[in-house]
Write a protein that binds this ligand. Structure first.
Ligand SMILES: Nc1ncnc2c1ncn2[C@@H]1O[C@H](COP(=O)(O)OP(=O)(O)OP(=O)(O)O)[C@@H](O)[C@H]1O
Ligand SMILES: [Mg+2]
Length: 329
């Protein structure tokens, strides 16, 4: 089964061709990061316009690189939410146009299910599995007993992991995009500042990161007020260790309670080196899987892989599909 998939929920315009819910034949990703460097973050109106500029090229390029034509395609998939509505509209309209024109069934995919299925590219999951989704807008723990059986057991009460990386990066003067640069700088840093581990020992699976963000800001202010020399690499590293420890503890608790056989860590911040190391070393006797780096951030390949299992379990959608700014798994 060949699926052509579209992703435009935030600041990547992406089109992909995937095969049998397992193989990526092509994955064209046009990132808007360079455009948003001067603004220090995503500007929704500009993002929408950039999607319109890039979508046709991405579509043609995805078909060409996969060495297929529309005749080979069985289904058209598209991210329907959550995301920026103006951005989602471009992917959805493109997908609808192709679906109508070539008479291929249309399927809408939840962006977060896409992030989860990024871990299942050329990889068969072992159920029950636990997905730790750590992206720009979400921090969620999801138990899966089977394909497309999502049971969300916890989420963040305030900032998402990616969001807090971006905000802490700004606090210590690291330019946009904060997360990846903070990761790079923290590699040479030392975990020398005892930052809080919010909700580490709470009984719930809820996360809260805004207090950690404030604590980092207070630390920087205190150091500066007292003229104490510091290096941002050490603050970056101390912050990363605090986040990683919280993620590890909650994951270990869920593994035990739900008899988890495999943990998949997905979303933009699953690219982080300290998070990867902490979870890999800290989780024993349970398989831990991360998507390849190129599939951690937003991409259409993960949407195509997820679509395959959605079609099998729930069938397809129709042309009345609309963008949804908020959408639960
Ligand atoms: N190496 C890294 N370390 C930490 N965070 C990172 C790293 N690379 C990317 N990120 C973070 O990942 C986030 C982007 O991820 P992603 O594209 O999945 O989010 P999004 O699509 O904007 O949000 P969502 O998926 O929740 O709708 C950003 O906040 C970015 O800082
Ligand atoms: Mg995303």
């Amino acid at each position: 089964m060949y699926i052509l998939s579209f992703e435009s929920s935030c600041d990547e315009t992406s089109v992909s061709v995937t095969k049998d819910g397992k193989y990526v034949l092509s994955n064209e990703v046009l990132s808007q990061i360079d455009i948003f460097k001067e603004y220090g973050g995503v500007v929704p109106e500009i993002s929408s316009r950039e999607h319109v500029k890039g979508i046709t090229y991405a579509y043609l390029s995805a078909l060409k690189n996969a060495n297929v034509t529309m005749d080979d395609i069985d289904y058209v998939a598209v991210t329907e939410g959550p995301g920026l509505v103006g951005s989602l509209l471009t992917g959805i309209n493109a997908a609808k146009t192709v679906s109508l024109n070539y008479e291929k069934p249309l399927v809408g995919v939840n962006h977060l299910s896409g992030h989860i299925y990024a871990a299942f590219i050329e990889h068969d999951p072992i159920f029950p599995s636990l997905a730790l989704v750590i992206s720009g807008g979400h921090t969620e723990l999801v138990v899966m007993k089977d394909h497309y059986d999502f049971n969300k057991i916890g989420s963040t009460m305030d900032d998402a992991v990616g969001e807090v990386f971006d905000k802490v990066a700004r606090i210590i003067g690291i330019p946009y995009p904060g997360g990846p640069l903070l990761d790079k700088i923290g590699k040479d840093g030392t975990n020398r500042y005892p930052l809080p581990r919010p909700m580490l020992h709470s009984n719930s699976y809820s996360f809260s990161f805004s207090g950690l963000k404030s604590a980092t800001l207070n630390l920087v202010n205190e150091l500066e007020k007292n003229n104490i020399k510091y290096e941002i690499k050490d603050i970056a590293r101390s912050f990363e260790e605090a986040v990683s420890e919280v993620l590890l503890e909650k994951t270990l608790k869920a593994i035990k309670e739900y008899n988890i056989k495999e943990v998949v860590v997905v979303g933009g911040s699953a690219a982080n080196s300290v998070i990867r190391e902490t979870l890999t070393k800290g989780i024993k006797n349970t398989k831990v899987t991360f998507p390849e780096m190129k599939y951690c951030g937003d991409n259409a390949a993960m949407i195509g892989i997820s679509a395959y299992y959605k079609i099998k379990k729930m069938g397809v959608d129709d042309i009345s599909l609309t963008p949804k700014s908020r959408l639960d798994l």
